[in-house]
Design a protein around this ligand. Structure first.
Ligand code: SF4
Length: 83
């Protein structure tokens, strides 16, 4: 996936620190912005595919993305074994 979608991200209107919060309240603030971002889906896929560890991407926190990556790996194993 390319990065052209980033030009349409709402985060361009905020300081970068907003999306690299230091606490849970900061995560919520970033997630509220991401919730109405037109490219949130692409942003999340990009972060997952590139194993981006830090910050809020696609409305998901670092912890949430780690969980999604584990689930994706688990599902790939299941489907690989089913084929
Ligand atoms: S989903 Fe959030 S982090 Fe991703 S481009 Fe949109 S505003 Fe930025």
């Amino acid at each position: 996936m390319g990065t052209e979608w980033m030009a349409d991200g709402l985060c361009r209107e905020y300081s970068p620190e907003t999306f690299f919060p230091r606490d849970g309240m900061g995560v919520i603030v970033a997630q509220r912005i991401c919730a109405v971002c037109p490219v949130a889906g692409k942003c999340l896929v990009y972060a997952l595919d590139n194993h981006i560890d830090h910050g809020v991407w696609g409305g998901k926190s670092e912890r949430e993305r780690r969980r999604l990556l584990r689930e994706r790996r688990r599902l790939r194993l299941i489907y690989r074994d089913a084929v």
